[in-house]
Design a protein around this ligand. Structure first.
Ligand code: GLV
Ligand code: MG
Length: 347
């Protein structure tokens, strides 16, 4: 290990992150009752320019009046290149900052962007005397943001997570696709011809590099790496495939741009019973090996060593965190005996 200790962002469940347009109060109410781990209330791309002032009001009201307990709530502000952004921060944080867990900053390009928002949020929190500290989620979705990823990841103690915004990233890099996430048929290789001249087509994952780079920077800074949207909400299998491949690379969750994608994300990003059982067997085998003074042993015909303990511990810790959070969510959903559950509640 390095001598440098990496501080970890507050431990939050982030398997599913539901996007909800701030312009639609009915969707905001539904989101508060959804099984999403994180909900982000959007002031940016899902809201038309003329609707932004009303969307801000809706979001402030929703933060103050709805019961968000059991989940993390975030607001996606507009980009720093727009004049909407300062009013998003001032109005939302002044009027509901004590109910807000996170601010999501879209199209972040440099560490100075993070610094600017940090300065504003810090002043408002101090002026209002809020006890909570609002964290930051950054969407990496421009070539500039990808270039400056390492500096952005380290730019503020408020940083909690990095998100891959595949749609804007495709636009920014001028990738030849109009889909939101998912593979592209032209991103493939052909195998050499076999004896009969036949060739196989192997599709590649055109998003592998940016996601992997984001995972590395997130983990090096103790942040959660989160995969962004998958546009075709009528294709649950396609969604799951995208979610699994990002999970395998180290992502902790994925966006849901439609409520039907929440359960898919929660499923993919919860380790399976088999994975957890295997991790526990690894820990038990290594405990025994260490008692016997051995650094490595064979389990099911494969070598495991001290690095396997660290991998298995990640899995077991995640399973415990999920079990604890799900228990808390279930307790919150079930009204206490003899007591009527309040409809609306301040957090
Ligand atoms: C998300 O904001 C994206 O652009 O994919
Ligand atoms: Mg975007």
């Amino acid at each position: 290990m390095s001598f440098k200790i990496v501080d970890q962002a507050p431990a939050r469940m982030n398997r599913s992150e539901l996007a909800v347009p701030g312009s639609n109060p009915v969707f905001l109410e539904k989101a508060a009752k959804s099984p999403a781990d994180v909900v982000f209330l959007d002031l940016e791309d899902a809201v038309a320019p003329d609707d932004k002032p009303q969307a801000r009001k809706n979001i402030i009201e929703a933060l103050n009046d709805l019961d968000w307990s059991g989940k993390t709530v975030s607001v996606r502000i507009n980009g720093l290149d727009t004049h909407y952004m300062y009013r998003d921060v001032v109005d939302v944080v002044e009027q509901a900052g004590d109910k807000l867990d996170l601010i999501m900053i879209p199209k972040v390009g440099t560490a100075a962007d993070v610094y600017a928002v940090d300065m504003m949020v810090t002043q408002i929190e101090q002026a209002k005397g809020f006890k909570n500290r609002i964290g930051f989620e950054h969407i990496i979705e421009t070539a500039l943001g990808m270039q400056n990823l390492a500096e952005i990841g380290a730019a503020s103690p408020r940083n909690e997570s990095l998100h891959f915004g595949v749609a804007d990233y495709a636009a920014s890099t001028k990738a030849r696709t109009t889909g939101i996430g998912g593979p592209h048929p032209d991103y493939h290789v052909l195998t050499d011809p076999d004896s009969e001249g036949n060739r196989d087509v192997h599709w590649g994952d055109m998003w592998h590099y940016p996601i992997t780079k984001m995972v590395v920077v997130a983990r090096a800074n103790g942040l959660r790496p989160i995969d962004g949207p998958f546009g075709d909400f009528q294709d649950p299998e396609g969604y799951k495939a995208q979610a699994f491949r990002a999970a395998v690379l180290g992502c902790e969750g994925k966006w849901a741009i439609h409520p039907s994608q929440i359960a898919l994300a929660n499923e993919v990003y919860s380790p399976s019973k088999e994975e957890v059982a295997k991790a526990k067997r690894i820990l038990a085998a290594m405990k025994q090996a260490q008692k016997e003074g051995r650094g490595a042993v064979a389990l099911d015909g494969r070598l495991i060593d001290i690095a396997s303990i660290r991998q298995a511990e990640v899995m077991v810790k995640k399973a415990r965190q999920i079990a604890k959070a799900e228990k808390a969510q279930a307790a919150q959903a079930a009204p206490a005996k003899g007591k009527a559950k309040p409809k609306k509640k301040n957090k």
